[in-house]
Design a binder for this molecule. Structure first.
Ligand SMILES: O=C(O)C(=O)CO
Length: 342
């Protein structure tokens, strides 16, 4: 087994010349963050391992780094951070999103970028449905009253929420996550509409029976719930603004499990405050977290989660082997199926 390099202890620098990987932050730094120990162990089967805090002490090892692992959008990896790895070939994002990585900048230095698609789609789809149900059934208003953190006088009010079953859902972004949301929503007998760059006949012809909407203007007026599941790109940034909220039903709820920047948050505040739309349920915002005095946090008709849609123990475990496999493929000159190509 290769030595695990731990910052201060440079006596453990391995002598065996094999490729190395850089892990942006490891559990060795803080057990609440970063990649689990299991990932380090998987990496060690093939590579020597370098962490951010011991780069300076290990120039020789830095030269052997071929792959760098990025923890996620909360920790963007910068070109400045990577200059000590002259032989770096690839930056691998732990999740699906790669919008926090300067793909063009890295490509210009001959460094590829890859993401980790597929493995977290079920968890993210589950969470989108969770947010939709929690918002519709006023879960976050009721629970603190029942559990004692809010005054109990309201205990016996009617707690009237709204139905989800037999309503309509608009899915914005019919990729793997959108498709899994559609299947789940069908089990609630929801009418499914979708908007996507490309039409997806399989979603229309399957039992989901989704209806394609070529524009948001077609989709929004028809939907009781709208869920954003598309990537953040220059086309989708700010896609939901004042005009889109006006096109939505006043009884509609917007759910976002994609990226905060897809919604113009100022316009969302105005739409929720003035009841242009009924509610929002977000797993993502910008920045994350929102400053404690942010206007969105003053509204009663919003739920905000801490970007936790993919956070299940099983999903996080499944995410690990493909990360190792991606760098191995590069080392062995095999084709990549998950390279981010712009
Ligand atoms: O995988 C990602 O990029 C996510 O943000 C999951 O929530």
């Amino acid at each position: 087994m290769a030595a695990l390099i731990t910052g201060e202890d440079n006596s453990k620098v391995p002598t065996k010349q094999r490729p190395a990987v850089y892990i942006q932050r490891s559990r060795a730094d803080d057990p609440e963050y970063g990649f689990p120990d299991e990932f380090i162990e998987l990496c060690e089967e093939h590579f020597d391992v370098l962490y951010e805090k011991n780069i300076t002490g290990n120039p020789e090892l830095g030269k052997r780094v071929v792959g760098a692992y990025n923890r996620g959008p909360s920790m963007p990896i910068t070109i400045d951070e990577l200059w000590k790895f002259p032989n770096l070939k690839i930056v691998v994002c732990s999740g699906i999103g790669w919008d926090h990585i300067d793909v063009r900048g890295l490509n210009a230095h001959g460094i590829k970028v890859a993401n980790n698609p597929g493995v977290s789609s079920n968890a993210v789809a589950d969470f989108g449905i969770t947010l939709m149900l929690a918002s519709a059934r006023r879960l976050l208003e009721g629970v603190p009253v029942a559990m004692g953190s809010k005054p109990c006088q309201k205990f016996n009010v009617n707690w009237l929420g709204n139905d989800v079953s037999f309503t309509s859902l608009g899915i914005v972004g019919m990729g793997d996550i959108g498709s899994k949301v559609a299947k789940r929503a069908k089990a609630f007998d929801m009418e499914i509409y979708y908007h996507n760059r490309n039409r997806k006949p399989e979603e229309e012809e399957s039992s989901v029976g989704a209806t394609y909407c070529p524009t948001l203007a077609d989709l929004l007026p028809r939907c009781d719930y709208v869920m954003i599941t598309c990537p953040l790109t220059s086309e989708t940034e700010g896609m939901f603004g004042e005009n889109e909220f006006k096109l939505m039903k006043p009884s509609a709820t917007l759910v976002n499990v994609a990226r905060g920047e897809i919604i113009d948050q100022g316009a969302l505040y105005t739409a929720l405050k003035n009841k242009i739309i009924k509610a929002a349920a977000l797993d993502v915002t910008y920045p994350e977290p929102l400053p404690r005095d942010h206007s969105l946090l003053t509204l009663p008709n919003i739920i905000i989660a801490p970007h936790m849609a993919s956070a299940t123990a099983e999903t996080r475990k499944r995410m690990l082997p493909p990360l190792v496999e991606t760098v191995l493929a590069v080392v062995e000159g095999r084709p990549l199926t998950n390279e981010v190509i712009l």
